[in-house]
Structure formats: C-alpha cells, structure tokens
Design a protein around this ligand. Sequence first.
Ligand SMILES: O=P(O)(O)O[C@H]1O[C@H](CO)[C@@H](O)[C@H]1O
Ligand SMILES: O=c1cc[nH]c(=O)[nH]1
Length: 242
Amino acid sequence: MENKESISASIVQKAEIAKVVLMPGDPLRAKAVADKYMSDVVLFNDTRNMLGFTGTYKGKRISVMGHGMGVPSIGIYTQELYSQFGVEAIIRIGSAGGLDMSVNARDVVIAEAASTNSNYGNAYGIPGQLAACADFDMLEKAVNVAREKKVNARVGKVYTSDFFYYPQKGLNEKLRDFGHLCVEMETAGLYWTACANHKKALSILSISDHLFKPVALTAEERQNSFTDMMEIALDTAVAFAD
Ligand SMILES: O=P(O)(O)O[C@H]1O[C@H](CO)[C@@H](O)[C@H]1O
Ligand SMILES: O=c1cc[nH]c(=O)[nH]1
C-alpha cells in the first residue's frame, strides 16, 4: 500500500501510542474517557483537533483517540495507527441509532459484523464483498466483560451507512427486517482496515436514538453517559494491552 506519511500524515505522534486504542467518533469523547478513567495521561496527537491520548488504566497503557465521522475518516486514522504506529487492536466506542424494536436508548450493542452501502472495501480487490467482521477473541472478551458487569449487551449485526440523512424512504424498515440491531457510520470501515492489516478490531456501540421510537439523547448525555460502553471497552482493552 502506498505510504503517504511524509505528505499527509493525519497523526503527528508526540508521545507513545499504546498497542490498543479506543476510538470514539468525537475527539472530545476521547478526552472525556482519558480524563475520567486514565492516569499519567499524555496527548499524542492534536492535528486537525483529532485528539489522541495515552494513559494508564488498571496498570496497562491504553490510548484513546477520535476517528471522525464516516468510513473515509476512520479509514485514514485506523490505517495509519495499524501500519505506521504499531497498533495491534482498535475498539470503536460509538453512538448508533436503534433499528430493532428490542433495542432502547443507552443500550450497548457489540457489533459482530456490519452490512454497509460503503464502497470502501472494494478497493482491496476481493471479488464480490469483503466480509466486515469483528475479531472473535475481542468479541468474546467484550461479551464476557459485559456479563461480569451485568450489562445486557446485545450482540449482532449492524449497518454502516455513508448517509446520516438517507434521501430515500424505506431503507430503515428493510434493515430492521433483515435483522440489523442499529445503524451507524464507521464499523465496516474499521473491520475492513483491520482485516487488510492483519490486526484486531471490535466495535461497541451505545444507542443514542431510535429510528422507530421517540427517544433521543442530548449531545452532553452522549458525551458523558455512555458509561457501560466505555467500561466494557476499557476492560476488554486491558486483556489485549502490554
Ligand atoms: O458517535 P460516533 O462515534 O461519532 O458515531 C455516530 O455518530 C456520528 C453521526 O452523528 C457518526 O460518526 C455515527 O457513526
Ligand atoms: O449514525 C448514526 C448515529 C446515531 N443515530 C443514527 O441514526 N445514525
């Protein structure tokens, strides 16, 4: 793969990046995780305000960094982390809109696979579709952590959309009918990039709204109240950290 680091590096490393990185879309949520859960925190990136921090959690060095919105954005950051900064495992900690009627706001969804309308994975040249799947070891660990914490996390497939505002009617009904638990905008890109780099990835999502139910969380609640998701992700990360 072409290395464009010298002309367009999106991550300028100012401190150590850990082997395991947690990634929310919003860089301020990355700061909130570092502030709330980590000690000995150092800022390793602020290029484009895409804040990245490394700190200590339960005795292990773990990083947390924003990835922006959409597959192209998470594709840039995760490709650089895996291929240029020695990162072995990435856990997306994101928000998602509920589709399945059994899913409610603030529920946790662990994404075992992602369907998508993104064309990004076709660039890898696999005839047909490259499957966008979670790393099984990380998935199993996260499920066990959720059970230990008595969090009723749902495990299933999600839909990664290139659109937040999809311009045609009927897509959400069809996605729900085909068993997708929720919709978000990056998981397929993360899983493809991990696959292409022979690395690990998992996406853990917190339901911020529902496409078929009248619920919505404020931006402040989104940033501060996804405690279950963050703690499942952190305790999963510990198992894969040095
Ligand atoms: O909360 P984050 O992690 O950004 O995730 C969701 O929120 C954004 C849309 O509002 C998209 O990035 C979507 O995937
Ligand atoms: O991508 C997203 C995130 C939250 N809610 C949605 O409907 N879509």
